[in-house]
Write a protein that binds this ligand. Sequence first.
Ligand code: SAM
Length: 221
Amino acid sequence: MSIKETKKIADAVEGYLGSREGAYLYSLAEFTGGLGDVVEIGRYKGKSTIWLAHGRKGNPAEKIFAVDPHLYGTEEKFRQNLKTAQVEDRVVPIVEPSAQAAQKWNGGRIARLWIDGGHTYHEARTDFVSWERFVVEGGVIAFHETYSWEGVRRLVDEEILPNEKLAILGQWDSICAVKKVSHLSAFARQKKRLFSQAQMSVQSGQIGAPPLAFAAEKNFA
Ligand SMILES: C[S@@+](CC[C@H](N)C(=O)[O-])C[C@H]1O[C@@H](n2cnc3c(N)ncnc32)[C@H](O)[C@@H]1O
């Protein structure tokens, strides 16, 4: 489905993605076609699920495993929204907290991991640590609310930036996306340094908005 059609459907779904963030999730499919399936942590009413499922040049055979204990009684609405978006046959709902779900994971290869569950440091870190090991090399991990929530920002600062196997792919509004690599190239190292400096400038108030210069490597609009 085109980005315009997806936007029309996803915009009608109540949720927490910023107005431009869904398109970024959609674009990430382009990097991971054929590598494996998608795991979403924190689906709420399905807004991000729909963007993930319709991802650009994504593999139509890939499944979206959508993990959420439905803390806010959202399951029925979630299912209705998937039906409207015609993606219910590709989405496998898992109704439990992400750490528990990870313990039962069948070991299938994960091409994209979207982390948008609890946003405290402990919650976001638990989601990351529980699932990161199943993401294949070349796969993408994207974090939501990396500026608006201190816990997620701290996770990126303390665990993602120093990680020698995670390269920064892009930062778009509050989404930070990284790619799993065998080692960091010189370019990837330089990009991490610049990213880190830009993060510090945002935190110290020198620039007010997230560093859009680190947006997608490919034009996705
Ligand atoms: C910010 S909302 C997700 C928004 C959604 N991605 C969207 O596009 O609108 C956070 C969701 O995370 C879920 N959640 C909270 N703790 C969780 C956990 N431990 N594992 C999985 N999901 C969790 C909540 O039930 C809630 O539905």
